[in-house]
Ligand binder design. Structure first.
Ligand SMILES: *[C@@H]1O[C@H](CO)[C@@H](O)[C@H](O)[C@H]1NC(C)=O
Length: 369
């Protein structure tokens, strides 16, 4: 009965009135026989009884508390509604997720959120959260006997972006057998010296730069792509309208390129790294990655990260702990001393606004190719 935009004629109104009356009478009779209570006008158009809110049953119960039998029947229905609610899959908002296997290593069930670590202290203070987090990101978990990285590494000091060439891990062997693949994500102009040296040492290097003029370009032994990584794929409607979008989830990029493994994933995402890491963890994409290099930005919470300051730091910490549980161990950390000392808009514990971290995936298997 779409009457929008048309002026209803008296004839139509009359027919509509008769129809509505018939519906009301029918519902009245139905409710009366089933409930013998007083059906309210809301009865019209509301969903069937068992989907009603318990509050509405309460009101009806009050209206006529004549027979105990009826009362029991109402209770039965309320219980049914409650059971339905309990069993509904939408467990949104429950802090303590009751996952039967929260740390199962080969989980294939899709997850909606990461596991939050306990607070650093009873007081939930920013100071305690920051202390735990900063201590965590500045303490390497495995040692690496040999690095390759940006210029500073070659000059002998620990540079910012560093890869581990320890023969313990597969990267050095994969470079020798020319089977290594590198993905490098950055926004805008950035130093590609590490990528260039990997390209000349036998790696297939893909640099992702959304500001490129053309979709793909081969330059200095590297591939450049007009793409960027995001934590969600573009809205299909936007894709349909603009034909070309420059952001994809990493899983989508891997799929589109037909790549199952990436030996090195390097990303400087200017505060989008938290949601991107979360996406990689929730979708188990990290098991395709051998070494992970990420610049963390701490001067603010980051894109789509919410909560008060202690909650933000706890979330950051929880994300990195998820990495560790996925087999990623930290082997290098660097912070440029020239960067401002700003942590969540404050000066706290002399923390820097940016740290570059390198992890090696200790569970990485390259025999899947
Ligand atoms: C803060 O850190 C910077 C860089 O590491 C260092 O040069 C400076 O001395 C530190 N300041 C204090 C007060 O510790």
């Amino acid at each position: 009965m779409d009457m929008c935009g048309e002026r209803p004629t008296p004839g139509l109104l009359l027919r509509l009135g008769i129809l509505l009356t018939a519906v009301c009478v029918f519902i009245h009779l139905y409710l009366d026989s089933g409930w013998r209570g007083a059906p309210t006008p809301q009865g019209l158009g509301t969903p069937p009884q068992r989907y009603r809110k318990p509050g509405q049953h309460g009101r009806m119960k009050q209206a006529s508390a004549d027979s105990e039998e009826r009362d029991r029947s109402v209770k039965g229905r309320v219980a049914y509604v409650r059971t339905l609610k309990k069993e509904s899959p939408a467990k949104k908002g429950s802090e303590d997720r009751e996952d039967p296997s929260p740390h199962h290593p080969h989980r294939k069930v899709p997850r909606w959120r990461i596991d939050l670590e306990p607070w650093a202290s009873e007081s939930h203070s920013l100071e305690d959260e920051a202390k735990r987090f900063l201590n965590y990101i500045t303490t390497p978990q495995v040692s690496c006997s040999s690095f390759i990285g940006t210029d500073a590494v070659q000059r002998g000091s620990a540079g910012d972006w560093a890869l581990c060439l320890d023969p313990m891990y597969s990267l050095v062997h994969r470079m020798q057998s020319k089977h290594c693949r590198v993905y490098s994500f950055g926004l805008g102009v950035y130093d590609r010296s590490l990528e260039a040296s990997l390209a000349t040492s036998g790696c297939e290097v893909h640099c992702f730069d959304p500001s490129l003029k053309q979709p793909h370009l081969q330059q200095a032994h590297m591939w450049l792509h007009r793409l960027s990584v995001d934590w969600r794929d573009p809205n299909p409607a936007a894709v349909a309208q603009h034909q070309y979008t420059t952001t994809r989830k990493l899983a989508t990029i891997l799929n589109n390129f037909g790549h199952r493994e990436v030996d090195v994933l390097k990303a400087d995402m200017e505060s989008a790294e938290w949601k991107i890491l979360e996406n990689l963890i929730l979708e188990d994409v990290l098991e395709s990655v051998g070494q992970l290099l990420v610049e963390l930005h701490l001067h603010w919470a980051g894109f789509e990260v919410s909560g008060d300051d202690p909650a933000v730091v706890r979330y950051w910490f929880s994300l990195l702990r998820e990495l560790e549980r996925a087999g990623f161990l930290l082997f290098h950390v660097h912070s440029d001393p020239k960067k401002p000392r700003v942590f969540l808009h404050k000066s706290i514990l002399n923390a820097s606004s940016a740290y570059t971290l390198s992890w090696v995936n200790t569970r990485w298997r390259t025999d899947r190719n």
